[in-house]
Design a protein around this ligand. Structure first.
Ligand SMILES: Cc1cc2nc3c(=O)[nH]c(=O)nc-3n(C[C@H](O)[C@H](O)[C@H](O)COP(=O)(O)O)c2cc1C
Ligand code: SF4
Ligand code: SF4
Length: 257
């Protein structure tokens, strides 16, 4: 079994880790130019962004050929997945791929402009993540077939939602503010999946124009020094089953570990 995943704060990696599989980080697949994935079973785990699919996942899967007897898709989200699974189905089919099983999993919402992490952590119990994830893992291991089911409203919302949000909210360098707590440790540039951060030695990080808006740099900063004006929370999040090194190994496409 192979599982393709993309993660900013570890939720998707924590899900991918639950399978007895070779884990394939999408940024690393792009870096190594691997666009053919073949195995008996292949999984795809991605976070819902703007009720749809992150650009990096979209771009990769629009070129990747998946050859497997059973393909499963899991979207993690924090508030509403809307038609994000339907978007994935369309994306896969447009490139000649198909999945046998679709599920979404409500987890901690890491999107700081809309949610504060304190409230999210307080909701952990009611989100019932462990039980819901166990059920998904059981179904996949039993090779269950499950279609994505989505209302026509959600289909329309997700098909236009992402491009609209992308236009309104662009993560330009001006969005980020790095305060004096920064110790120039270089972690932010190593967790960036698109190498959008550069840093001269003993200098604060510099953000480029290629941001994926994953918030990995902000949530994983060792000193909580990176902020955005729209943040609803000072508190940061990384899934407790995932280490900082695992995020770096997943996303670092350029710098020495
Ligand atoms: C840019 C961005 C957009 C997001 N949009 C949504 C959304 O539309 N709906 C939702 O429920 N969660 C949304 N989220 C929350 C993530 O989908 C959720 O926290 C996910 O589990 C994060 O996975 P990760 O920890 O593997 O990065 C968004 C997060 C980010 C960073
Ligand atoms: S991770 Fe935080 S402390 Fe380290 S260089 Fe980046 S901004 Fe500075
Ligand atoms: S700059 Fe930060 S938010 Fe943007 S892609 Fe890199 S890690 Fe993600």
């Amino acid at each position: 079994m192979k599982v393709l995943y993309f993660t900013g704060t570890g939720n998707c990696l924590s899900v991918a880790k639950r399978f007895d599989a070779e884990l394939l980080s999408i940024p690393q697949m792009i870096k190594n130019n691997i666009y053919e994935i073949e195995d008996d079973v292949v999984g795809i785990v991605y976070p819902v962004y703007a009720i749809s699919i992150p650009d990096i996942v979209r771009k990769y899967l629009s070129q990747c050929k998946i050859k497997a007897n059973y393909v499963f898709v899991i979207a993690t989200y924090g508030f509403t997945d809307c038609g994000a699974l339907h978007e994935m189905k369309k994306l896969l089919e447009a490139n000649g791929n198909k999945a046998d099983y679709y599920a979404s999993l409500l987890m901690v919402d890491n999107y700081l402009p809309f949610f504060d992490i304190e409230t999210q952590m307080a909701k952990l119990k009611e989100k019932n993540i462990e039980n819901n994830l166990n059920k998904i893992v059981e179904e996949v291991n039993a090779r269950t077939t499950k279609e994505e089911i989505c209302s026509w409203f959600n289909k329309i919302a997700s098909s236009i939602g992402y491009s609209v949000v992308k236009q309104i909210e662009k993560y330009t360098p001006k969005m980020f503010y790095v305060n004096n707590k920064c110790i120039c440790c270089g972690i932010c540039k190593k967790v960036c999946p698109v190498s959008n951060i550069t840093q001269e030695e003993k200098d604060k990080p510099i953000f480029g124009n290629n941001c994926e808006s994953c918030l990995a740099c902000i949530h994983n900063c060792s000193k909580n020094a990176i902020h955005i004006k729209t943040q609803r929370s000072e508190k940061r999040f990384r899934n407790s089953n995932v280490s900082l090194n695992e995020i770096i190994e997943s996303n670092n496409i350029k710098f020495n570990n």
